[in-house]
Design a protein around this ligand. Structure first.
Ligand code: ZN
Length: 314
């Protein structure tokens, strides 16, 4: 990367279903602090779009010398045209974010998908450094993947939906299909499945995990079924794309070795001849997508570098 690209401040914004995370990145991508705002999802998609623009204003007031803005959002995202096509979670359709933010600020605006941007951040700054065959798979309220093959990001906007591989759960998924990985292994589904067995009202994977650690067999059963489902899905992925490294992020990855150790054992058992990938926990945690937004913004400062060194369009 050349110096002009790495110098100066850029604004990064990651819009999630519950919160928007913003950061100002200084020279060399040094983070000058993260800021967080609630996503007013309950108020409807139009209100969320307005809130995103307001947050951009807020960040720009803090950073009047910003040279570019990077924005990443969930759902179906067209990086090339700068349009958020669809988000089931937030409810918007066809929001031309790049032009909206560019008109509002007069700055160059990079736009991408949150998981693809997070995968890029892990590959450039985190646990995926040096891996040409890489899967970044955050497990949170949903599960999807950012994929690298031959050192290039696979940018197909419809690709990477690992959460909707059929793992045979027989349960109805929010997507309309039956048996998807997301019905078993996301934070909300782990809590839902435990609550149904134990007649509790826990929320998220963490309290289920705590019960498992303290010896609750129902919690262990639900957790093991989540791990098994992840191994089934990963076997399919490994068979087709053979990643050397799988970086697991998102809220559920906070379980650390309680997730990775049994997942390694289960996946290894299922792989008869396929090479076993290294499984690693993400290094950037909840900040991966926001940092990825910063990288997308940084690309705009050096268009010549963009064509050759980045997998993501800006
Ligand atoms: Zn599904």
């Amino acid at each position: 990367m050349n110096e002009s690209r790495m110098s100066g401040r850029v604004i990064a914004l990651d819009v999630g279903g519950t919160a928007m995370k913003g950061a100002v990145l200084g020279d060399g991508n040094a983070v000058e602090g993260f800021h967080q705002w609630p996503t007013p999802r309950e108020a409807g998609p139009e209100r969320v779009v307005t809130a995103v623009l307001d947050v951009v204003d807020d960040l720009l007031q803090r950073t009047p010398d910003a040279r570019a803005i990077g924005l990443v959002v969930p759902g179906l995202v067209d990086d090339q045209s700068g349009v958020a096509l669809y988000s089931e979670n937030i409810g918007w359709r066809d929001v031309a974010f790049r032009s909206l933010v560019a008109e509002r600020t007069g700055l160059p605006v990079g736009f991408s998908h949150d998981v693809r941007a997070g995968g890029r951040a892990e590959r450039e700054l985190g646990a995926g450094q040096g891996a040409d065959e890489l899967l970044f798979m955050p497990i949170g309220t949903g599960i999807s993947g950012a994929m690298y093959s031959g050192g290039r990001a696979l940018e197909n906007k419809y690709g990477g939906e690992i959460g909707h591989l059929d793992v045979g759960s027989g349960e109805r998924c929010a997507c309309g299909d039956v048996g998807c990985l997301e019905t078993v292994a996301t934070g909300p589904s782990i809590a839902r499945r435990y609550n149904a067995l134990a007649n509790t009202e826990l929320s998220g994977a963490k309290p289920v995990l705590e019960r498992m650690v303290s010896g609750d067999p129902l919690a262990a059963r639900v957790w093991n079924e989540a791990v098994e489902a992840l191994a089934v899905a990963l076997k399919s992925y490994v068979t087709i794309l053979a990643p050397e490294l799988v970086v697991i992020g998102g809220g559920v990855s906070a379980a650390g070795d309680l997730l990775l150790d049994p997942l390694r054992v289960s996946l290894q058992k299922k792989l008869l001849w396929q090479p076993m990938p290294v499984l690693a926990r993400a290094a950037l945690g909840e900040n991966a997508a926001c940092l990825g937004a910063g990288l997308v913004a940084r690309d705009l400062l050096d268009p010549s570098a963009n064509a050759t060194t980045t997998g993501l369009d800006s």
